[in-house]
Design a protein. Structure first.
Length: 297
């Protein structure tokens, strides 16, 4: 654990950022499946490509389902502690605490949706999208608008980086191993990446705006950025995040226009993998940041 050198007290227990990281991973994977299906994989340009698109959708559903299950496991692990604070049993707490009840309801809907989508039932994607997106923004249903900054920031990041992950794993990596699609690999890769780009640009902008709002709410004054442990961790996160944005900009400006051949698809997959590796470091840094106490104003 980190130690506050002034007070001799722990700033955080390492179990906290571990749980935060798992929560982020679950959200990113579940949101990534939705983003991939409704942006990069809307439909083939040529009918003969339908088989690959169906298989890619099934893989994306599997990744999304894994993310939802991961989130559900984390909720189950945390429920006893939350219930104990209210001096209630787990079931009584889950039934009486409205945010928790909504979270569980939407998780169940997302699991059902992704399970149906993995079985190639189209309505499953709609149910999964409602479960994931409405679940992340569930405070809307409780009128708690002021508490939506962090959820919007996290969901936007998940729809950007999570979708990129699914694009690389369920899309590009699978495409480059798919022999029946060999003749059209370049065109299919270009189609998926070009359809993903508007989502990435939009979600990236939302991440920046809501990230600034979140940081300012916690810092209170600018000097806390370089004079507190929270600020030090936030600076590290911002440096990693800046690297992700730079790699994303490189892929968009230099790699994406070259698409159309199998060689270009291999190149963009490689560069996107580097972007994802840096994004993992951002998630690790973020998990630490949110586990640290906010500076005093």
């Amino acid at each position: 654990m980190l130690i506050d050198t002034m007070q001799g007290e722990p700033l955080l227990q390492w179990s906290d950022p571990i749980k935060e990281f798992i929560g982020f991973a679950g959200l990113f994977l579940s949101a990534g499946g939705i983003g991939f299906r409704f942006s990069a994989l809307r439909g083939p340009a040529v009918e003969s490509d339908q088989r690959f698109y169906d298989d890619a959708a099934r893989r994306a559903a599997g990744i999304g389902l894994f993310g939802v299950v991961l989130t559900a496991i984390l909720v189950c692990v945390e429920l006893p502690g939350l219930a104990a604070r209210k001096h209630l049993g787990v079931l009584s707490f889950a039934a009486s605490d409205k945010p928790t009840m909504l979270e569980i309801d939407f998780l169940v809907l997302a699991v059902i949706g992704y399970a149906l989508a993995a079985s190639r039932v189209r309505i499953g994607w709609v149910l999964a999208a409602i479960g994931v997106i409405a679940g992340a923004l569930r405070l809307v249903f409780l009128g708690q608008w002021s508490r939506l900054v962090n959820p919007v920031h996290s969901l936007a990041a998940g729809l950007w980086i999570g979708t990129l992950f699914v694009l690389v794993v369920a899309g590009l990596a699978s495409l480059l191993r798919d022999e029946p699609s060999r003749a059209r690999r370049g065109d299919i890769a270009a189609d998926m990446v070009n359809r993903f780009s508007p989502l990435a640009l939009t979600m990236g902008g939302i991440v920046v705006v809501f990230g600034v709002i979140t940081a300012w709410r916690h810092l209170h004054v600018l000097s806390n950025l370089w004079s507190t442990p929270y600020g030090d961790a936030l600076i590290v996160k911002l440096l990693f995040a800046a690297s992700v944005f730079l790699l994303g900009a490189w892929n968009w400006r230099r790699q994406r226009p070259t698409l159309g051949t199998e060689e270009a698809a291999v190149s963009v997959r490689r560069s996107a993998t580097g972007e994802l590796a840096m994004a993992v470091l951002v998630l690790v840094a973020t998990a630490i940041v949110v586990s640290l106490p906010s500076p005093k104003g």
